[in-house]
Design a protein around this ligand. Sequence first.
Ligand SMILES: Nc1ncnc2c1ncn2[C@@H]1O[C@H](COP(=O)(O)OP(=O)(O)OP(=O)(O)O)[C@@H](O)[C@H]1O
Ligand SMILES: [Mg+2]
Length: 239
Amino acid sequence: MTQAPLLIAHGLTAGYGKMDILQDVSLEVHAGEIVSVIGPNGAGKSTAFKTIVGFLRPRRGRVIFNGQEITGVRPDLVLRRGLAYVPQGRIVFPQMTVLENLEMGAYTERDPARVAGALERVYALFPILGERRRQTAGTMSGGEQQMVAIARALMTSPRLILLDEPSLGLSPKFVTLIFDKLLEMKRGGFTLMVVEQNATRALGIADRGYVLELGKNRFAGPGQRLLADPEVKRLYLGG
Ligand SMILES: Nc1ncnc2c1ncn2[C@@H]1O[C@H](COP(=O)(O)OP(=O)(O)OP(=O)(O)O)[C@@H](O)[C@H]1O
Ligand SMILES: [Mg+2]
């Protein structure tokens, strides 16, 4: 039985001011998948995510999440419907502790028992955050701060998480760790859509992938097929 996609972004045309960056971009995510979005700098990957989660209103096109239209819905309301977003640049509240950062992530949740349950799941996934829960987030390493940013998004137990460049700027050890964590999140029942510079690794963990270029869909298909595609290799994988 095929189920309707959890997320359907259909024919998005969007940009800043009068300038269109995205032109007729479509992306879909099914429950349980990791979907990777790759493409050169400036292709519009972050713009696509910002449009899906409501920071930008598309000039054309629609966003359907979990069977409901969310086109133009505010980001905080999109989050309440179960779509979380981790922006590019591992943004944490630097003066707050790890625990306070995580609690901020759960601000939509009133039931303390559910917050406690979410914390437990997050600490199981990122044990170091449990050990460092009293540490001020701004004093953690870049990789650790990225874990805080991801963990904060998990605090609402979202149906879908959009991660924009989770491995950007991290040391090789942390890059490997982050990709391992994405797979672990999938095994734990989360559904992910990931924008990544690290195209080979991103396609390597992806059920499906998209290549964007100059604000348009360029290639789409199963991760392994894109990895093996000679043209994708030549153009985007440095092969
Ligand atoms: N706030 C903004 N105002 C005006 N133009 C913007 C804004 N944000 C992005 N752009 C432009 O939109 C285009 C796409 O940017 P976007 O950040 O979506 O690309 P990207 O694929 O995420 O690139 P990168 O891999 O470098 O993160 C770029 O030309 C960029 O300069
Ligand atoms: Mg970007």
